[in-house]
Design a binder for this molecule. Structure first.
Ligand code: G3H
Ligand code: 13P
Ligand code: NA
Ligand code: ZN
Length: 316
């Protein structure tokens, strides 16, 4: 049922689109991702962080995915599906995931020195490739939610490092830092101010140095103003939440960026609907009555991303 990311990325590179990598923690998210991607005929990377794996239970997780893949096949769909570890931070975690059936892993050594990052990534690649599992590495550090813009600037990926990193590690794809960041508060903007552009100049320099090599964008949620407004309207407090404009993600998807990571947008969609239902129907206490509509909202979000932003719809 599962495939690694090799052929997915090759086709995305040739077709000038990006494969979506959606994070999930639970059944409703997992179903929504697969139903959304089946309905839009998109390849998909099911993405699990270390903490998501523990939340769902490390033993149960691969069985959840096996069940979800069977559900997709029962819908008559043959879309390529990868199961990918997000931000793996140790060899042991990557190995456990590979041994339990993940088809792809990220080893994120971006917080280490260049040499230690290479050493750790190469170790994971050696183990993973023996099992047909693909590996994503990372160079450069994304701006943290609390970071000042000035400190973020110095952590952009340095293009002069990418060839040595890729050749010494054998990694199959590379996550880079060009101005995206994790979470729902990506930029501190003054009223009326637009988010700054991603550093496409750095991306182009990396593309020149690594022709045809798959690049990954983390922290790529757009943070829908409609969902933020709904959350705030129904008792939430998400002032100044802002994400990456879709127009910039469209441009990235047409480049060597072959994988775009989206977690926060799905969290916001589900939370917005659940808050609305709790507020409008205070006597409701059947989880299906709020998790069901939240799942429906997430399906719509995923179809819209695949169709209007990543360009992956219809490619499977
Ligand atoms: O990049 C991080 C992902 O959004 C996963 O976050 O560690 O809270 O599951 P998490
Ligand atoms: P967002 O927080 O922008 O959704 O990014 C998710 C991500 O990069 C997961 O690795
Ligand atoms: Na692309
Ligand atoms: Zn990430």
């Amino acid at each position: 049922g599962l495939v690694n990311t090799r052929e997915m990325f090759q086709k995305a590179m040739e077709g000038r689109y990006a494969v979506p990598a959606y994070n999930f923690n639970n059944m409703e998210q997992l179903q929504a991702i697969l139903i959304g991607c089946v309905q839009s005929a998109s390849p998909v990377i099911l993405q699990v962080s270390g903490s998501a794996r523990e939340y769902a239970d490390a033993v149960m997780m691969p069985y959840m995915v096996e069940g979800a893949v069977a559900m997709a096949r029962n819908m008559g769909s043959n879309i390529p599906i990868a199961l990918h570890l997000d931000h793996g931070n140790t060899f042991e975690l990557a190995k456990e995931c590979i041994d339990s059936g993940f088809s792809s892993v990220m080893i994120d050594g971006s917080h280490h020195s260049f040499e230690d990052n290479i050493r750790l990534t190469a170790e994971v690649v050696e183990y993973a490739h023996k099992k047909g599992v693909t590996v994503e590495g990372e160079l450069g550090v994304l701006a943290g939610v609390e970071d000042e813009v000035s400190s973020a600037v110095s952590h952009y990926t340095q293009p002069e490092e990418v060839e040595e990193f890729v050749s010494k590690t054998g990694a199959d794809s590379l996550a880079i830092s060009i101005g995206t960041s994790h979470g729902a508060h990506k930029f501190k903007l003054k009223p009326g101010e637009e988010p700054p552009s991603l550093r496409f100049d750095i991306l182009e320099e990396i593309e020149k140095r690594l022709p045809g090599y798959p690049i990954v964008l983390h922290g790529a949620s757009s943070v829908s103003p409609e969902h933020v407004a709904m959350i705030n309207q129904f008792g939430g407090n998400l002032e100044s939440a802002v994400g990456i404009p879709a127009v910039q993600l469209r441009r990235a998807a047409q480049s060597a960026v072959c994988k775009i990571n989206i977690d926060s947008d799905g969290r916001l969609a589900m939370t917005a609907i659940i808050r609305k239902i709790f507020s409008e129907k205070p006597s409701e206490f059947d989880p299906r009555k709020y998790l069901g509509p939240a799942r429906t909202e997430l399906i719509e979000l995923i179809k819209a991303k695949n169709e209007d932003v990543l360009g992956s719809a219809g490619k499977a």
